[in-house]
Design a protein around this ligand. Structure first.
Ligand SMILES: C[S@@+](CC[C@H](N)C(=O)[O-])C[C@H]1O[C@@H](n2cnc3c(N)ncnc32)[C@H](O)[C@@H]1O
Length: 200
């Protein structure tokens, strides 16, 4: 049973996926506010979210700043829910939501001022590929922020299956960020995890 739920966090689908989506919206609301704050988004900027899930983060950004947000998620259900939530902004041409795997996505070089994600890193078996893509997609001096739970917090919440969840240490993540060309890396730890902010 636990494995079925863990799979839902990785790629939500069906009725259980809708339940998991509600849990994520409530559980990650504060973390979204914090990440969006650290992105320092300005008018007309281009922003990209990886694994937008329910689309709450995108809605929050557009509620405060007149910018362009696009993103990618490989769950059909999440693409549907996020599109519904952001339908007005999609209609106005402010939001574009792609359905697909970020690891296969051909990101446009130097297009984005800001790139972010929350709770997606665990599903990447290797970090070099996604971090390199992010680096390529960012403009010079662009900002990349993300949130990840502490490995102990993931275990405490019952996410035990190493084949479904990679539990990265912050040191490992920072090493891979440096390797992918990020030089300025800051992070803050709270009781559950890490808020990481990098500049190209
Ligand atoms: C645990 S959920 C997090 C959702 C939201 N970011 C949050 O924190 O509430 C992970 C999301 O990332 C998506 N995802 C995971 N790996 C992905 C990949 N390689 N490409 C695109 N989407 C991915 C999943 O479909 C899911 O919607």
């Amino acid at each position: 049973m636990l494995r079925i739920i863990e799979k839902q966090f990785r790629k939500p689908s069906g009725f259980l996926g809708k339940v998991v989506s509600i849990i994520m919206q409530k559980g990650n609301d504060i973390a979204y506010n914090r990440i969006i704050n650290s992105l320092e988004i300005k008018e007309k900027e281009h922003v990209f979210e990886i694994g937008y899930g329910h689309g709450l983060g995108i809605k929050k950004i557009l509620a405060n700043t007149n910018c362009f947000v696009s993103g990618i998620d490989y769950s059909k259900l999440m693409n549907k829910l996020a599109s519904k939530r952001n339908k007005n902004s999609i209609y106005k041409g402010k939001v574009k939501l792609y359905y697909g795997d970020f690891l296969d996505y051909k990101i446009k070089p130097h297009l984005y001022d800001k790139i972010y994600f929350l709770n997606v890193i665990y599903f990447w078996d290797k970090l070099e590929l996604p971090f390199n893509k992010i680096n390529v997609g960012l403009k010079e001096k662009g900002i990349f922020c993300f949130y990840m739970d502490h490995p102990d917090e993931l275990s405490r919440q019952g996410f035990m299956k190493e084949d479904l969840f990679n539990k990265y240490s912050i040191d490992e993540v920072i090493e891979k960020l440096r390797f992918s060309g990020f030089n300025k890396i800051d992070y803050q730890q709270d009781k559950m995890g890490y808020f990481v902010k990098c500049m190209k």
